[in-house]
Design a protein around this ligand. Structure first.
Ligand SMILES: Cc1cc2nc3c(=O)[nH]c(=O)nc-3n(C[C@H](O)[C@H](O)[C@H](O)COP(=O)(O)OP(=O)(O)OC[C@H]3O[C@@H](n4cnc5c(N)ncnc54)[C@H](O)[C@@H]3O)c2cc1C
Length: 383
């Protein structure tokens, strides 16, 4: 078993680390305050080829692997969780769905600008009555002549409505299967499609650079060619994409947990009580040791899931373990980090209070911890 990163993987890791240190981490606090998406930074990330890492060169991608992509997500999220989330959603959900199920024409028109980073992608599944229970979606699409007419509302959609947001891939009900089950299909809805508008922008307690909006489809019309892949298999399609993004969320959690560890170690060395640095006290040292051990374990699980995807192996179980463990690791690290910071941990003098707010997101997005446990029980243990 060889755990060494390839030359390309190491290069991407170094590129992202460098960018985080010089350009992302220094403005993370400002992004948290203003909730502004950093377009200039996005352009630089795109310029390094990061938005196209796992896609073929013919679509403007880097033709590298998903492990490289997840290393990039980990590092960017270490700098800013919101920016990391925008990258993850655009690549692992929107672009990945179009790459995997799109026609040649769809890839040329919609994947190429996402892979180059000229446009940012969004993925719209969640609705008011359909969160963990994705099958409960009510948004409907009906074919009228040469167009699909879409009606419904999506909520909590990342990246939608940003200035460079080019499209959203949405799931909608298109009929029934066997007269009982819903038939769900996926659609590419370009920004500016008639009848497509944005509702409220949510004011979140973290991940503020990645904006989150409500989407409204009021007799929204898209050409009939905008349906994605087999119309009968929309449910399986978005589950496939969610399996890939689950690795991304694990990588995102590892990046955030590492940032929490870095900040906590620095504070433990700097803060003195009883005539010595608090890092000299065993109670603090053990917290740091536990954080580092869990982060390394979460990283290994994440990299294994990405590696399995790259090998064409079934990665359902590993991606689920990785998402569950890494997200809860980030949360545990955040609690310990605030404890190490004492009173300052409860103020915005240090980044740790922002990290603590942001770590909670990991346990809820892209399938809550409860849903990950249910997936393990039902689909791995088959109980
Ligand atoms: C910032 C942000 C960005 C997001 N981005 C996107 C996006 O880009 N695209 C998108 O489609 N969605 C997005 N979402 C939605 C997100 O994926 C959902 O919020 C998440 O899946 C949980 O759904 P819910 O909020 O409806 O919670 P609910 O499903 O209402 O769950 C509430 C609680 O009940 C528990 N629960 C539910 N069912 C069960 C069960 N069967 N057994 C045990 N416990 C259960 C849950 O675990 C949770 O603790 C985003 C959300 C946020 C907050």
């Amino acid at each position: 078993m060889d755990f060494t990163l390839s030359t390309e993987q190491k290069m991407i890791q170094d590129l992202c680390k460098n960018m985080v240190k010089k350009e992302i981490a220094p403005i993370a606090e400002e992004m948290d305050k203003t909730g502004e998406f950093p377009y200039a930074l996005w352009k630089k990330i795109a310029g390094l080829g990061i938005t196209g890492i796992p896609f073929p060169e013919q679509y403007g991608g880097g033709e590298l692997d998903w492990l490289s992509m997840n290393i990039a997500i980990e590092e960017i999220s270490r700098g800013d969780a919101g920016l990391g989330a925008s990258l993850l959603d655009s690549v692992a959900l929107a672009a990945n769905l179009i790459f995997t199920f799109g026609t040649e024409e769809q890839k040329e028109e919609f994947l190429v600008p996402l892979a180059s980073g000229e446009k940012i992608g969004a993925f719209g599944l969640t609705e008011a009555q359909a969160g963990s229970d994705a099958n409960a979606i009510q948004t409907k699409a009906v074919l009228h002549g040469d167009e699909w007419v879409i009606n419904g509302t999506k909520q909590f959609i990342t990246n939608a409505g940003l200035k460079h947001n080019g499209l959203v891939v949405i799931a909608a009900v298109t009929g029934e299967k066997d007269g009982t089950r819903k038939k769900i299909s996926n659609f590419i809805v370009p920004t500016g499609a008639p009848g497509y508008s944005f509702g409220q922008t949510y004011h979140k307690m973290g991940w503020r650079a990645s904006q989150t909006r409500e989407l409204i489809f009021d007799d929204c019309r898209v050409p009939k060619e905008n349906i994605l892949g087999d119309p009968e298999r929309g449910y399986n399609q978005f589950h496939m994409a969610l399996q890939t993004s689950r690795i991304g969320f694990a990588a995102h959690s590892v990046g955030l947990a590492q940032a929490i560890f870095d900040a906590s170690l620095a504070y433990a060395k700097e803060r003195e009580q009883f005539g010595r640095a608090i890092g000299k006290f065993q109670a603090i040292q053990f917290k740091l040791a536990d954080m580092l051990t869990e982060i390394e374990l979460a990283r290994l699980m994440t990299y294994k899931a990405a590696w399995q995807k790259d090998q064409g192996e079934n990665f359902f179980a590993t991606s689920t373990y990785a998402k569950l463990f890494a997200s809860e690791t980030a949360k545990r690290c955040a609690d310990r980090g605030v404890q190490i910071h004492g009173g300052y941990g409860l103020t915005d003098e240090y980044p740790i209070s922002r990290y603590w707010r942001e770590a909670k997101f990991e346990e809820i997005l892209d399938g809550t911890s409860e849903i990950q446990r249910l997936n393990i029980v039902k689909r791995v243990l088959k109980l």
